[in-house]
Design a protein around this ligand. Structure first.
Ligand code: FCB
Length: 431
């Protein structure tokens, strides 16, 4: 039985994607609350899974499945509806959520920023303003004070690279900006926000915290396992232009205290000292390899099935991401997201049959197991997602959940993959 006893098996969500209650109990709008015009079918996040009102039911389902942990994010505009003003009702929601989780024996894993910038923060400059970083830290301080007597595991930011590239460079995610010339300023501010947040957690948390960051970590899967192929995969993953934009530009300052080529000159020594505050783990969100993006010919695309998002399913990318990130950064790794989208429906027998997701779980967990067997310290695996939810600009169409949600009636139905994952967890922890 290779998995360590304290391995965190779980599932993940984020506030925008599941909570709803967008205007309730003093919450202010986030940049996603006003994004419906850019979301498929004009879907929005105003109700989504209504988890804000149904979290007890959702936690009961997690308990029934035997999920030992749950990764969720806290909504900044729910806690700080105006610069500096703290909304007690917002904090109370997360206190109750954590109470419910811990009473069910489920370990909470908290993300402090999963892309829901308060609209007021965007209006005063968003992540290109240093003032916004200060408000983020003030918000984080209140969350840490409220939850750290029971929460041990913290994630500062979710996928800074996706957030910056999609939101501020490509203009494909809220707040839909094209500020290419400011990219390095965004990166600089977000990296500083991360580093300062790590120090804040170390100073203030009541329970000794385990702190990490969730990176959109994709690497190249080597063609073969001979040393030349491995060296090429490593080089492309961190040193090619694409590898830098995807990985090194963010990860090198955080985990090595070193600016990558693209950030050279922007990050001063004193910045790097803040940004590289020591971490307990690297969170990797892994969905697909980098290969098909850049080298479609050498990577035999046709060999791999595709998900509803058209992402190729190649489980080896999980092993290689864990391995290459661990080899480069020498930290334990936690798989903070991994999953796939499909168009699941409830069948006449009342069940949701999603054999592709069951196979996906077998394949990816098998590859993670390989890393564990080889002695790489892997701390946990959070399947994305617990529930079907609003997949950002793709709306409700892609279903990522282990639990199906009927968005008309809010009825939850555990999918076959939910039961399958529960069984896998039992099997891997037996012994
Ligand atoms: C990741 C996001 C997460 C979810 C998955 C499918 O990039 O962190 O919120 O949307 O993709």
């Amino acid at each position: 039985m290779p998995f360590p006893k304290d391995f965190l098996w779980g599932a993940a969500t984020s506030a925008v994607q599941i909570e709803g209650a967008w205007q309730e109990d003093g919450k202010a709008p986030s940049i996603w609350d006003v994004a419906a015009h850019r979301i498929l079918n004009r879907d929005n996040c105003h109700v989504t899974c209504d988890h804000y009102h149904r979290y007890r039911e959702d936690i009961a389902l997690m308990k029934e499945l035997g999920l030992p942990s749950y990764r969720f994010s806290v909504s900044w505009p729910r806690i700080m509806p105006e610069p500096g003003r703290i909304n007690e009702a917002g904090l109370a929601f997360y206190r109750d959520l954590v109470t419910e989780l811990t009473s069910a024996g489920i370990e909470p894993v908290v993300t402090l920023y999963h892309w829901d910038l308060p609209l007021w923060a965007e209006e005063i400059g968003g992540w290109r303003s240093a003032e916004v970083t200060d408000w983020f830290l003030e918000y984080a301080k209140h969350v840490i004070d409220a939850l750290s007597d029971r929460v041990r595991c913290w994630i500062t930011l979710n996928e800074p690279q996706v957030f910056i590239m999609q939101a501020y460079v490509q203009g494909a995610f809220a707040p839909f900006q094209h500020k290419i010339s400011k990219t390095r300023t965004y990166v600089h501010n977000m990296l500083l926000a991360h580093g300062k947040c790590v120090s804040l957690l170390r100073e203030r948390a009541k329970l000794p915290p385990a702190v990490g960051i969730a990176m959109a970590a994709s690497v190249y899967v080597p063609e073969t396992e001979d040393p030349d192929s491995l060296a090429r995969a490593e080089k492309r993953s961190f040193h090619s232009l694409f590898g830098e934009i995807q990985n090194a530009m963010y990860s090198d300052p955080i985990f090595l205290g070193r600016a990558s080529r693209l950030m050279n000159g922007k990050l001063k020594e004193e910045d790097l000292a803040i940004i590289s505050a020591p971490l307990d783990f690297i969170g990797v969100n892994v969905y697909r390899p980098l290969n098909p993006w850049f080298r479609p010919i050498s990577y035999r695309r046709e060999k791999h099935p595709r998900t509803l998002m058209k992402w190729p399913v190649d489980p080896r990318c999980l092993y290689w991401t864990i391995r290459l990130f661990h080899e480069r950064y020498h930290l334990p790794v936690m798989v903070t997201e991994n999953g796939m989208a499909s168009a699941d429906t409830v069948s006449e027998d009342g069940r949701v049959h999603d054999p592709e997701r069951c196979a996906f779980l077998d394949g990816f967990i098998g590859q993670m197991e390989r890393a564990v067997e080889e002695g790489i310290p892997v701390k946990g695996y959070m399947h994305w997602a617990l529930l079907d939810n609003l997949e950002w600009c793709w709306g409700f169409k892609p279903r990522f959940g282990l639990i199906h949600v009927d968005f008309e009636t809010q009825k939850r139905t555990v999918k076959d993959s939910g039961y399958h994952y529960a069984e896998l967890i039992r099997e891997k922890t037996r012994g």
